[in-house]
Design a protein around this ligand. Structure first.
Ligand code: FAD
Length: 340
């Protein structure tokens, strides 16, 4: 089946695979609503996975301490029995209401999904990396230039150049120094804005000859062929250039979130957030819900635990729309078990 021509069908489309979108899969699943989940990032997890995978979170109920990525793995596990279909690496570009009151959701990859309700769990909008302004960069993206590390092992034996001065640059420099052929860290200052203990570890590795700091330098150009990098050219503040042999460049200049197309779907937007009715998280467009960081109402706290509760409320609220004429009898999970 060709996704570009043949629309997919489901009960609910969830825009955003952050912690709140993932929990919405579970909540919808418990009410027998099947979900497709779309995220602009290549991996699930939203802010937890992309911004602080290894930082401990202390305010998730029943977890005195849990790291960002572990929370996501557990949420994925909790949602798995309901077989969500993930469409990753694609942005939702349009949501339109059809004559039969269903919705047509379209993505940047040409996927079209028809559904009865839409849940926007889109945080601050679609995430994308801040790209360095280098000529011909696109040709290397995905083959030699990566904005996120998914599997450390992919870098074993590679000559790695890391650019940036924040937590990601320092954390990955320390981590990859163990298995890469070489790690060079380029930063335009000699001070790093990262956790002090990690900066200390990076400096110790530098002194031990396991890592090289190339400071103060900035990225200047890339060399290579057919998407395979052979060198990264860097320049100091006087424009003096240096050529670093490299197989891989990891530019860590942060992620930028853009509300993007969501702002064009006729929703009531207040300071980049979507206003909802807090009794069920429905927006001013019946059948379109907003939960998690994106949702705004009086008393809103931008906390994961509040997003979880919003997911439950939205799922219950939309039931009558998804299954017209069917009454919803509230039951605890202990009574009904997993409603598979
Ligand atoms: P997000 O996690 O932002 O995920 C939204 C997803 O939607 C993103 O992956 C994005 O790519 C995707 N998306 C958006 N628009 C589109 C589109 N059009 N098409 C496709 N995909 C789209 N909260 C706590 O409760 N406790 C903490 O201790 C805590 N610590 C934090 C520490 C840091 C450093 C940061 C940055 C945040 C912290 N937070 C904490 C906040 C918490 O991470 C957020 O509240 C939470 O991630 C919100 O989840 P979400 O699912 O609503 O959105």
């Amino acid at each position: 089946m060709n996704a570009a021509t043949q629309p997919l069908e489901t009960e609910v489309v969830i825009v955003g695979a952050g912690p709140v979108g993932l929990f919405a899969v579970f909540q919808c699943g418990m009410l027998k609503m099947r979900c497709h989940v779309i995220d602009a990032l290549e991996a699930i997890g939203g802010q937890c996975a992309a911004l602080y995978p290894e930082k401990p979170i202390y305010d998730i109920p029943a977890f005195p301490r849990i790291e960002g990525l572990e929370l996501i793995e557990r949420l994925e596990q909790q949602a798995a029995p309901f077989h969500p279909i993930y469409h990753l690496g694609q942005q939702v570009v349009a949501v339109s209401r059809l004559a039969d009151d269903r919705f047509q959701v379209e993505t940047s990859a040409g996927t079209t999904i028809l559904c009865r309700a839409v849940i926007l769990a889109a945080g601050a909008g679609a995430f994308g990396p801040n790209r360095p302004p280098l000529k011909g960069l696109e040709a290397y993206e995905g083959t030699s230039v990566f904005y996120m590390v998914r599997r450390r092992e992919d870098f074993r034996g590679k000559r790695v150049v890391i650019a940036g001065g924040g937590d990601s640059a320092v954390d990955w420099a320390v981590s990859l120094a163990e298995l890469a052929a070489s790690v060079q860290v380029i930063h335009r200052r000699d001070k790093f804005r990262a956790a002090p203990d990690m900066v200390e570890r990076m400096q110790a590795l530098t002194e031990a000859g396991k890592l090289e700091l190339v400071v103060p330098y900035q990225l200047s150009a890339l060399e290579g062929e057919g998407g395979r990098l052979s060198a990264v050219i860097v320049a100091d503040l006087d424009g003096q250039e240096k050529r670093l042999k490299a197989d891989v460049l990891l530019p860590f200049f942060g992620l930028a979130a853009k509300l993007g197309p969501i702002a064009e779907w006729g929703l009531e937007i207040d300071k980049h957030l979507v206003r909802v009715d807090p009794t069920g998280c429905e927006t001013n467009q019946p059948g379109i819900y907003a939960i998690g960081d994106l949702a705004q109402y009086p008393g809103k706290l931008k906390l994961i635990l509040q997003g979880f509760s919003e997911a439950a409320m939205a799922a219950h609220h939309m039931y009558g729309r998804v299954f017209p004429g069917e009454a919803l009898h509230f039951e605890h999970s202990t009574t009904k078990g997993l409603a598979l």
